[in-house]
Design a protein around this ligand. Sequence first.
Ligand code: GFB
Length: 320
Amino acid sequence: MEPTSRIYVAGGETLVGAALREQLRAAGYTRLGGEPSDEPNLTCPRRVEEFFAAERPEYVFLASGISGGIRANQEYPATLMRDNLISATFVIHAAHRYGVAKLLYLASSCSYPRLAPQPMRVEALMTGPLEPTNEAYAMAKLAGLKLCQAYRQQYGSPFVTAIPANAFGPHDDFSAEDSHVIPGLIRKFHEARCRGQAEVRVWGSGRPRREFIYARDLADACLFVMNNYDDAEPINLGGGTDLSIVETAHAIADVVGYRGRLSFDATRPDGMPLKGLDSEPLKELGWRPSTTFRAALAETYDWFLRHIVPQENRDVREAV
Ligand code: GFB
């Protein structure tokens, strides 16, 4: 990519999409098409077509599609699967029709089999049953991955798939029920500290492990892959921080300053027991994450305090 290349981040308002736009600007890329405010409805083929005809992007980061935590995946499997299947299909086809120089599709680590050998290598994809709590979403992400490979096989399309670890950071969904574990617990510990609550209930047994990647590091890895990797084989984007949910909860409580007790709600599902990624291919290419987990948590909490809390206070005041 050249600094003046026409670049489109599909899903610019998502956690990863917003981080990508910030990282691209910080890296000196000046022609980012499709401000989130005027991005087309990606589930409408005509809108996608019109957008590509008007913007003629050369490079596309496909970060679109609704996502959610373990509960949201159980509550809205159809919405998550449909939105991810449709938006990826229409953007991938438009990228083909308008002859983009390259497209990078973002799948998800839940696309791996539930009991894949750890750390998970791309060879393990589609070798076993998926995690039931996110099967529909995982299938949609696998379909997007396979669609990129199919266009490459049939048309020689320069489409690449990256598989990120569990991402977190600014612009995330911090809702209590539908968010992922880190933003969800940031909210719960923050509110508990403000209320002087003696105990916070953490979902599940606390034993599962997750590999996390900070959104800014993930965006940086995506830029690196767009400029340095071109193959049908997907590539893992791991952040290198692999923790149990107990350790994760304690790290968040510490950053938020919550000093009360943690208890574990076994009525809530654990999901995949382990979700570590083998990111050797990325390391061999020369990429490394640059933010420590603690610094990433602190920046994310700070963003929550500066963007979410004031907004909600305003909402409360207006509601009164
Ligand atoms: O982040 P999370 O929802 O996603 O849950 P998954 C990770 C682990 O944290 C699970 C536990 O074992 C949860 O039970 N957990 C503890 C919590 N407290 C909380 C809480 O307050 N909120 C949440 N959300 N979890 C998702 C997939 O699975 O990973 C998606 O469902 C996507 O499709 C995403 O792949 C990256 O890692 O379990």
